[in-house]
Design a protein around this ligand. Structure first.
Ligand code: CS2
Length: 484
């Protein structure tokens, strides 16, 4: 039976009589994670305490999600894949979806509206247009160069934020809070830095106003949410009896830690869904980026090379489960100061159980995307901390070597890998420029947007990466992981 046949004769989900809330949030990046996380928390907040927190979602790239959500009145189903079975909820907090490339002026007008108090973002690492190794805005980024030259028709998130803030300032309207919900270290401060650098280049007085008036709280976000597939849509049609092309499916676990620093203290009551408001998010972010995302990326590269399609399949192989348990114990947890109320060994044990959830089909290939943007905060800062403390890093070096093999573009069977990364061409060229393992590793370590000089030049690290790379080529990822 084809996927479409399973949908035959079923009606499309609609909003029913769910009342359209007033819009208080513009959200950049309406992907699966936003629909599984921010929107769900916001619906729960409004159910608990009300407030005008409807969300106008903005896609900075494709019309895809708008085209799926609009015929459904912007309602969709969120599906929690709990071990005891799926739980569905219809989420109806989205009031509109705008597609920036179609009409950037409309997006700017929405962001400048006085009813908007928060602009939140899930635009992934590369959406910040920064250099991943340093966290600085790249003024030579093509979208940033474009946006500085064409301020009324931006393409990038920094371009939209700064232009919309300029419009508010000109009208005498208070700024909105900028809420980054991406997996970046100290994401609030990073966002502030990027926005101020852009504003400084455009209009220094505006930059001073933003620095004084705007707020950029840091957040730690966590919920494993694979991309929605045609099979997910068909399964929901089977069980719920309607078609929902914008449904999302995710694990039961969720954690949202937020720095409570909003312009005019205006925000939804996200506590209703369990959000934790704290003074210092950095410790939570470091724990999550290093313990979760660090091992996720490790499993993605090495698991993909070993021929595994999903994370659950990868950790069902005891050699891989042991690898990440040892990685946590010997090279990750020793670098993570425990955040208040968190027990790191228990946190890591719970992570392994989350990875094992068989209902979550999270593809290694999906997590392997954009490694150049992810490695610094997921693996490399952990490496640097260990080296500073005089500890060796054989397993982190293996993870980095796995990434290097992966971005070389050829799997262990000699088949091409579809490497998705904004630096894919440069990575491939660096890998191809060397003929030996040493030369390939050296060429990749020389990429300054990924590796800081102090790390690239540290022989304890580079020799470990070369050794792991040689072993991966000679024996294959499965055997190397089993021997590690
Ligand atoms: C994953 C994350 O795709 C990836 O790179 O590591 O999206 C991960 O699933 C989330 O951060 C979990 O909260």
């Amino acid at each position: 039976m084809s996927m479409e046949a399973g949908l035959h004769g079923k009606a499309l989900l609609g909003r029913g009589d769910a009342q359209q809330p007033k819009t208080g949030i513009v959200h950049l990046g309406p992907g699966a994670f936003f629909r599984a996380f921010n929107a769900v928390y916001t619906q729960e907040a409004m159910q608990a305490k009300g407030g005008d927190w409807g969300i106008c979602a903005v896609s900075l790239r494709s019309p895809d999600i708008r085209d799926k959500l609009a015929p459904q009145g912007f309602a969709y189903t969120s599906v929690t894949l709990a071990p005891k079975g799926a739980e569905n909820a219809v989420i109806s907090v989205i009031t509109d979806v705008l597609v920036a490339p179609e009409n950037p002026a409309q997006v700017l007008a929405a962001m400048a509206g006085p009813g908007i108090r928060i602009v939140s973002m899930t635009i992934t690492e590369k959406g910040y247009c920064h250099s991943p190794a340093t966290g600085e805005l790249r003024l030579d980024h093509p979208d940033i160069m474009h946006d500085l030259a064409h301020p009324d028709a931006p393409r990038s998130a920094p371009g939209f934020l700064v232009r919309a803030l300029a419009a508010r300032r000109a009208k005498g309207v208070a700024p909105f809070t900028v809420l980054s919900c991406d997996n970046l270290p100290d994401n609030g401060r990073l966002t502030r830095r990027v926005v101020l650098a852009f504003a400084q280049a455009a209009d220094p007085e505006l930059a001073a106003w933003i620095a004084a008036e705007c707020r950029f709280p840091a957040t730690m976000v966590d919920r494993i949410t694979p991309a929605t597939t045609a099979a997910d849509i068909a399964a929901l049609a089977q069980s719920a009896g309607y078609i929902d092309r914008a449904c999302v499916m995710y694990e039961p676990f969720r954690q949202w830690v937020i720095e409570d620093d909003f312009v005019g203290a205006a925000r939804p009551y996200w506590e209703a869904g369990g959000a934790q408001f704290v003074r210092d998010v950095a410790a939570f972010e470091t724990m999550k980026l290093r313990c979760l995302n660090g091992t996720h990326s490790t499993l993605a590269y090495l698991g993909y090379l070993a021929g595994y399609e999903t994370i659950a399949e990868t950790v069902a192989d005891p050699a891989f489960a042991r690898l990440i348990e040892r990685l946590w114990e010997t090279e990750i947890v020793p670098t993570v100061p425990p955040p208040e109320g968190e027990d790191l060994p228990a946190y890591c044990a719970a992570l392994l159980a989350r990875y094992r959830n068989p209902s979550i089909r999270h593809r290694t290939w999906q997590i392997a995307m954009d490694g150049s943007q992810k490695l610094p905060q997921r693996l490399l800062s952990t490496v640097a901390d260990n080296l500073r403390a005089g500890r060796p890093v054989p397993l982190l070096a293996l993870a980095v070597a796995g990434w290097m093999r992966y971005v070389g573009g050829m799997d262990e069977m000699g088949r091409a890998i579809d490497v998705k990364d904004p630096m894919a061409e440069r990575l491939r060229a660096a890998s191809d420029s060397g003929s030996t393992a040493e030369e390939k590793v050296a060429a990749l370590l020389a990429l300054r947007d990924v590796f800081e000089p102090a790390l690239a030049d540290d022989l304890r690290f580079s020799t470990a990466v070369v050794a792991a790379y040689v072993a991966l080529v000679a024996n294959g990822a499965r055997a190397v992981v089993a021997a590690a």
